[in-house]
Design a protein around this ligand. Structure first.
Ligand SMILES: Cc1cc2nc3c(=O)[nH]c(=O)nc-3n(C[C@H](O)[C@H](O)[C@H](O)COP(=O)(O)OP(=O)(O)OC[C@H]3O[C@@H](n4cnc5c(N)ncnc54)[C@H](O)[C@@H]3O)c2cc1C
Length: 405
């Protein structure tokens, strides 16, 4: 072994929010963990609506207290049909209080969340962070060898791949993905406004996709504007005044006068799902495992559940004295994540397609569905609970229980 080589039972590759969460969950439970990846740049202008189970996990890890004052509660969610179609759906409002919750979740800027996770990671003695990129991963039956961009090599028994949608680790493990690209682009913007948002998120369903306003602390909101690639390009080229006017028009001025805040993100809409979530000592978390359109706030919430699930299995393996990258651990992880990931991906895809279709029966079914939700309390409450519930095989951390090895 060359002198700059290291070995670690568990290595997490990718220091985005999913990777940081996995590394923190492991190290907090006493598992010696090596995190590889540069701290993400602060140019991510997205926000994340963290569902209550994600907040419970961050709370249990001691991360939430570092960022809770920079997050806004989502107490009411309104869906309004804004399409010029024959069978327009009625407006539906969901209130968290109706199912006994203070909020459905909390909206936070990604860079604020990542800063809180990074600051917390730096306090954990069992966590070592190498601000390097992985260049290559080779896998044998007993371990994986990661070559860094400076040539150093690291040997690990388990590699947690949190290296995003073009995951190098996923390719090295031979895991294929199914990818669908929609004819849509999401714009991520933030702005100040003159009327209060009243902790309410509003989703206008337009012909090109949802236009979703989500509260931030104070009189600030984030916007995810899903539209055609051509319109997204044109909108991105507008100056702040012209863009603010467009946002006011499209939001029917419900937030009053708008002033844009710096930063505009543009994301082609993609649905991508790995065919397996673990194989050959590599467990996929976050966008390495699944990418989905930003509809219904599912992407990172699923990513945090992936992180919590693999951490739980590794902590159990360490307690039992077994190999954390053994085939049965990979199989258990794959089985525990499949239903959650596949059902959310299918639901987000179906919702997006139902907005894009000009097919009258589909518009009708959607309208009837929303009308039923509007009128039938128990059905509405069941849908609300399902929307925020973490689903089958809920990892302990997502129930707010700290992991102990
Ligand atoms: C407009 C928009 C709005 C969204 N809103 C929500 C929402 O409200 N709620 C929600 O739950 N989700 C939301 N999402 C989804 C969410 O933003 C993503 O799921 C999340 O950011 C992905 O995090 P990640 O850690 O998996 O991946 P990434 O953030 O992509 O992190 C991957 C990291 O790995 C690093 N990396 C890559 N290759 C290597 C390598 N070889 N070596 C080392 N490091 C490497 C990268 O540099 C990066 O830092 C939204 C997405 C969009 C586009």
């Amino acid at each position: 072994m060359a002198k700059n080589n290291l070995s670690s039972d568990v290595v997490v590759i990718g220091a985005g929010p999913a990777g940081l969460m996995a590394a923190i969950a492991l190290a907090s439970a006493g598992v010696e963990t090596l995190l590889i990846g540069a701290t993400p740049a602060t140019t991510d202008h997205r926000t994340t609506a963290l569902l209550t189970s994600s907040v419970a996990a961050l709370e249990a890890l001691g991360v939430w207290e570092r960022c809770r004052d920079k997050a806004a509660p989502l107490k009411i969610m309104r869906i309004a049909d804004d399409r010029p179609v024959l069978l327009r759906a009625p407006e539906v409002a969901f209130e968290a209080a109706e199912i006994g919750h203070e909020a459905f979740g909390y909206n936070i800027e990604n860079r604020t969340l990542v800063a809180a996770l990074s600051a917390h990671a730096a306090t954990l003695s069992a966590l070592k962070h190498l601000e390097r990129n992985a260049r290559e991963l080779t896998i044998s039956e007993t371990d994986g060898t990661i070559t860094l961009d400076d040539g150093a090599q690291i040997i690990a028994r388990l590699i947690i791949a949190a290296d995003g949608r073009n995951s190098l680790c996923r390719s090295a493990a031979g895991i294929a993905v199914r990818t669908h690209r929609y004819p849509q682009t999401a714009l991520a913007l933030t702005f100040d406004h003159t009327r209060p948002h009243r902790d309410t998120s509003v989703e206008f369903h337009t012909e090109a996709g949802p236009f979703t306003l989500v509260p931030l602390p104070g009189q600030r909101s984030s916007l995810v504007w899903v539209t055609t690639p051509t319109e997204a390009e044109a909108v991105t080229a507008l100056d702040d005044t012209a863009l603010a006017w467009q946002v006011e028009q499209r939001s029917h001025a419900i937030l009053g006068k708008v002033s844009m805040l710096p930063g505009r993100g543009r994301f082609p809409l993609t649905l991508q799902t790995a065919e397996r979530f673990a194989a050959r000592r590599v467990a996929l978390v976050g966008e390495a495992a699944h990418v989905m359109p930003p509809i219904g706030a599912q992407g990172l919430n699923l990513g945090l559940r992936d992180a919590a699930a693999i951490a739980e299995l590794v902590v159990d393996a360490q307690r039992d004295g077994t190999d954390p990258g053994a085939p049965h651990v990979m199989d258990d992880y794959n089985a525990s994540r499949r239903a959650d990931i596949v059902t959310r991906s299918v639901a987000v895809d179906a919702l997006n397609r139902s907005l894009l279709t000009a097919f009258l029966p589909v518009q009708g079914v959607r309208g009837v569905g929303l009308a039923l939700l509007d009128r039938i309390g128990p059905l509405r409450r069941a849908v609300m609970r399902e929307g925020i519930a973490p689903g089958a095989h809920t990892p302990r951390l997502m129930r707010g229980e700290a992991l102990q090895s």
